[in-house]
Design a protein around this ligand. Structure first.
Ligand SMILES: [Cu+2]
Length: 118
């Protein structure tokens, strides 16, 4: 009886590991194969994450400010500019044409990132 219980516990653990891997892998493959997957840049600790994000044309990129200080998302060419984003504020822009779009924070110009539209 005791060993049977152990087998159940081991089997449950294995299933949990598979479930965890499945959850991690599934959204990743979706993001790469689907043009309409939500693209997000997190602003945290005065950095854009990821610093370079590649999306398909007609993708909407959303920036989320996770810092305690306001940030402003501004493109180098003046194509887009957000209002000052407070903590947890979001800003979205839809990129229709392929190209590389560099942007920075107009409050802290050393904060830079880019969106590559394919
Ligand atoms: Cu900033």
């Amino acid at each position: 009886m005791k060993s049977r219980k152990l087998i159940v516990i081991v089997a449950a653990s294995v299933l949990l590991v598979f479930a965890a891997f499945g959850l991690r892998l599934t959204p990743l493959t979706h993001a790469q194969s689907s043009a309409t997957a939500p693209a997000q840049v997190t602003v945290d600790n005065f950095t854009f994450g990821p610093p370079s994000l590649t999306v398909a044309a007609n993708s909407t990129v959303t920036w989320v400010n996770k810092d305690d200080v306001p940030h402003v998302i501004a493109s180098d060419g003046g194509l887009f500019k957000s209002k000052a984003l407070d903590t947890d504020d979001k800003y979205s822009y839809t990129f229709t044409k392929p190209g590389t779009y560099s942007y920075y924070c107009s409050v802290h110009p050393k904060m830079v990132g880019k969106i590559v539209v394919q």
